[in-house]
Design a protein around this ligand. Structure first.
Ligand code: 7RM
Length: 653
C-alpha cells in the first residue's frame, strides 16, 4: 500500500482569530499564554495539576498526583473527595446559592428552574431514598430516564453516597437495558413512566419491565425500581419491587452528608459501541474525571457566573455527563436542559429556546447543524440570537460548510467556535481551540488541551510530519482517562494500549498541518484505500456536501478487484431537489473536481435518510454492508430508525 497521501484540495485556508474583545475577557487571552501553560502541563504535570486540583474541594488532600503503571493510572492518589459536594455544597453559602443551577424546559413547554440550594436538597433527599433501598457504596445503579432534572438528581445522588451509576440512553431498547444490567450487575433501576419525543410519549417503564422479565439467569435480581412520574401514562407497578419517586421523596430526609470517596472510586460506567458488536462498559473514577470535566468547562467554554449555558446532548451520552451535568455544576454555572426534539412543534424550537433564555454558550453536534441548514435559514431569522457569545461542536468532524453556516447564521459572525474532539473514553475534551486564544480553521479541532500529549503516528508507531495522515494517539495518561473496561482488564489493554506501543490509541485517523492543528479524519476504519491512495470518507463527504444540492452524505468502501476499494456514496438531497441520473453524474464530477480523479465515486445512491446511531453518528458499518449487498448483521441496538436500512438496501441504482 502506498503511503502517499491525497493532498486534498479541500485544504481549508480560512483562519478566524478570536476578537480582541473576547480575548481580553477570556481566561486564556493569547496563543502565547496557551503555549506556556500547555508546556508546563506536559513538562511539569505535577505542578500544573496540583494547582488546578486545588480549585476542587478535597475532604483529604492527595499525596501524589499520578501513579502510572501502564496501562493503569491512578490520579490524585490518596485524595478523598465527593463529586456531589463539588457540584453542589461548595456553592452554598456563596452568592451562587440562589442562582439557577438547572433551567429546564419540557417538550410540551413546561418550564422549571432549580437553584443550587434547591438542587442540593433534592439530591440529598434522593440519596436518602437510595439508602432506604439499601444501596451501598460501590453498588451499581442503572438510570434510564428522559431529559428531566430528576435524571441529574439521580446521578448526583449516586455520587453522593458512592454508588456507581450507569446511565442508559432513553432511546435504547429493553434488550440493551438487560445487557447493561447483566454486565454491570446493577441491583437498582431508576426510570420514569415515560418521556416526550416529537409530540408522542415513549414508554420507558415498559422497557424496564421487559428487560427484567423472563427470568434470564444471567440477569441478577433487580431489587428496586424507582419510577419518576413524568407523563402520567398508565404503568404496571410490581409490588415490593417498584416504587414511585414522589412517594419515596415525600418520606425522605433533606440532610445527607456527602461521603468522602477515594480519588479512584468508580463514579460511573457508560456503555459505548466499539468496532466489534459487544458494547464496552467504560469506567470513570472520581478525582480525575471531575478534574477533567471542571477544567475543560473553565477554559474551553470559559464559563462565567453570568452565562446561560446549553449543551444539547442527551444525558445518556458522555457529553451529557461531562457537559450538561458534572462540568457546568462544578463550575457553578447555569446549565439548561431541554427534553425534546429540535423540530417540535416546529423547526425553530432551538432558536426559540436560545431567545427565551438568553443562552450565551451553545454546544451541539454537526449532524444537528446540517439538519438546521436543510430546514432553512428562515427558521433562524425569526429569532433574536444576540445573547450568544460562544459556540461549540462535538461528535464528528464538522465540514467547513457547516462550520461557516454555524459561524454566520447562528453566531452572527461574532462568536468563536470550539470544535472539541474527545471520546467516551477520554472523559473530557482533548483537542480543542481555547476561545480567547486559538485561531480557528473551519473543520479543525486545532490544538491539544492542557495535559494532552497528542500525536499522529504511522503504522510503525513513529510520529509523522505535517499533513501526513496517521493514527491519532495520546502519549501520556491524563486525569479523566478511562480506567478500565468494566470487568475486563485484558480487553482494556488490548483495545486501547496495544495498537501503538506506549500510547493510548483513540481509533481515529488524523493529520496535523504545519501549524500543529489537528484535522480529525474520522475512525480509522472509515479511511478508504483506493488504488493505493488513502482517502478519508469524511473528505469525500465534505466534497459531496459542498455541492449546493446535497444535504448529507456518507461514504463507505466496497471491495474492488482493481482498486482495492471502490467509493460508494450515500447521499440525501435538500428539499425539493429531484434525484436524476444527470445529478448523479454531476456529483461524481464535482467530487473529482474537488479532491481529484482518484477520489471519483464509483457509485452514488440517493437516499431519503441515512442510518444513524441515536447520538447522531452515521453507521458506516451498516452502510458498508448495504454497499456490498450483504445482509445487515451485528449490533443495531443504537440505530435510530431501522426502516431507513430497509429502504437503502432496496434502493439499487
Ligand atoms: C464526545 C463523543 C467519539 C468519536 C471519536 C471521533 C468522533 C467526536 C469529534 C469527533 C471529529 C470532533 N464521544 N468525534 N468529536 N471527530 N471532530 N470534534 O462524541 O465516544 O461518542 O465518540 O466521535 O471519531 O472517536 S463518543
Amino acid at each position: 500500500m502506498s503511503q502517499k497521501n491525497i493532498e486534498s484540495h479541500l485544504v481549508e485556508k480560512r483562519v478566524f482569530k478570536p476578537s480582541k474583545d473576547f480575548s481580553k475577557k477570556a481566561r486564556i487571552g493569547s496563543l502565547a499564554e496557551y503555549k506556556t501553560l500547555w508546556e508546563e502541563s506536559i513538562k511539569k504535570p505535577d505542578k500544573f495539576w496540583a494547582r488546578e486540583a486545588a480549585e476542587l474541594v478535597w475532604q483529604q488532600k492527595w499525596t501524589k498526583v499520578l501513579e502510572w503503571k501502564e496501562p493503569f493510572a491512578k490520579w490524585f492518589v490518596g485524595g478523598k473527595l465527593n463529586v456531589s459536594e463539588n457540584c453542589l455544597d461548595r456553592h452554598l453559602g456563596t452568592p451562587r446559592q440562589n442562582k439557577a443551577a438547572i433551567l429546564w424546559e419540557g417538550e410540551p413547554g413546561e418550564k422549571r428552574a432549580l437553584t443550587y440550594q434547591q438542587l442540593h436538597r433534592e439530591v440529598c433527599k434522593f440519596a436518602n431514598v437510595l439508602k432506604s433501598h439499601h444501596v451501598k457504596k460501590g453498588e451499581r445503579v442503572i438510570i434510564y430516564m428522559p431529559m428531566v432534572p430528576e435524571a441529574s438528581i439521580a446521578m448526583l445522588a449516586c455520587a453522593r453516597i458512592g454508588a456507581t451509576h450507569s446511565v442508559v440512553f432513553g432511546g435504547f431498547s429493553a434488550e440493551a437495558i438487560r445487557d447493561r444490567i447483566a454486565d454491570s450487575q446493577a441491583t437498582v433501576v431508576i426510570t420514569a413512566d415515560g418521556g416526550y419525543r416529537r409530540g408522542s410519549v415513549v414508554g420507558l417503564k415498559k422497557n424496564v419491565d421487559d428487560a427484567l422479565k423472563g427470568g434470564d439467569p444471567s440477569v441478577p435480581r433487580v431489587r428496586s425500581v424507582i419510577v419518576f412520574q413524568r407523563t402520567g401514562q398508565p404503568v404496571q407497578m410490581e409490588p415490593n419491587r417498584d416504587h414511585w419517586w414522589h412517594e419515596e421523596m415525600a418520606k425522605a430526609d433533606g440532610n445527607c452528608p456527602a461521603i468522602p470517596l477515594d480519588s479512584e472510586h468508580p463514579l460511573f460506567i457508560l456503555y459505548t459501541s466499539g468496532s466489534t458488536g459487544q458494547p464496552k462498559g467504560i469506567l470513570h473514577t472520581t478525582g480525575g474525571y471531575l478534574m477533567g470535566a471542571y477544567i475543560t468547562c473553565k477554559y474551553v467554554f470559559d464559563m462565567r457566573d453570568e452565562d446561560v449555558y446549553w449543551c444539547t446532548a442527551d444525558i445518556g451520552w458522555v457529553t451529557g455527563h461531562s457537559y450538561m451535568v458534572y462540568g457546568p455544576l462544578a463550575n457553578g454555572a447555569t446549565t439548561l436542559m431541554y427534553e425534546g426534539a429540535p423540530n417540535w412543534p416546529e423547526n425553530d424550537r432551538f432558536w426559540k429556546i436560545i431567545e427565551d433564555y438568553r443562552v450565551t454558550i451553545f454546544y451541539t453536534a454537526p449532524t444537528a447543524i446540517r439538519s438546521f441548514i436543510r430546514w432553512g435559514d428562515q427558521w433562524v431569522k425569526k429569532h433574536d440570537l444576540s445573547s450568544l457569545r460562544l459556540l461549540g461542536s462535538v461528535g464528528e468532524p464538522i465540514n467547513p460548510e457547516a462550520w461557516m453556516w454555524y459561524h454566520h447564521t447562528i453566531g452572527g459572525g461574532r462568536c468563536p467556535i470550539v470544535d472539541t474532539w474527545w471520546q467516551t473514553e477520554t472523559g473530557a475534551i482533548m483537542i480543542t481551540p481555547l476561545p480567547g486564544a486559538t485561531p480557528t480553521r473551519p473543520g479543525s479541532a486545532t490544538l491539544p488541551f492542557f495535559g494532552v500529549d497528542a500525536a499522529i503516528v504511522d503504522e510503525a508507531g513513529n510520529e509523522v510530519g505535517p499533513n501526513v495522515s496517521g493514527k491519532l494517539v495520546i502519549r501520556k495518561p491524563w486525569p479523566s482517562m478511562l480506567r478500565n473496561i468494566h470487568g475486563d482488564r485484558a480487553r482494556y489493554r488490548k483495545t486501547y494500549w496495544s495498537e501503538v506501543k506506549g500510547c493510548y490509541f483513540a481509533g481515529d485517523g488524523a493529520r496535523r498541518d504545519k501549524d500543529g492543528n489537528f484535522w480529525i479524519v474520522g475512525r480509522i476504519d472509515d479511511v478508504l484505500n483506493v488504488a493505493g491512495h488513502r482517502i478519508g470518507t469524511s473528505e469525500l463527504e465534505g466534497a459531496l456536501v459542498s455541492h449546493p444540492v446535497v444535504a448529507e452524505a456518507a461514504v463507505v468502501g466496497r471491495p474492488d478487484e482493481l482498486k482495492g476499494q471502490a467509493v460508494v456514496c450515500f447521499v440525501t438531497l435538500k428539499q425539493d431537489v429531484t434525484a436524476t441520473d444527470q445529478l448523479r453524474d454531476d456529483l461524481k464530477k464535482h467530487v473529482r473536481h474537488v479532491i481529484g480523479p482518484v477520489a471519483t465515486p464509483d457509485e452514488i445512491r440517493f437516499a431519503d435518510a441515512l442510518p444513524k446511531t441515536r447520538s447522531g453518528k452515521i453507521m458506516r458499518r451498516l452502510l458498508k454492508q448495504v454497499a456490498c449487498g450483504a445482509v445487515v448483521t451485528g449490533d443495531t441496538t443504537t440505530l435510530e430508525d431501522l426502516s431507513i436500512l430497509a429502504k437503502l438496501a432496496g434502493k439499487e441504482d
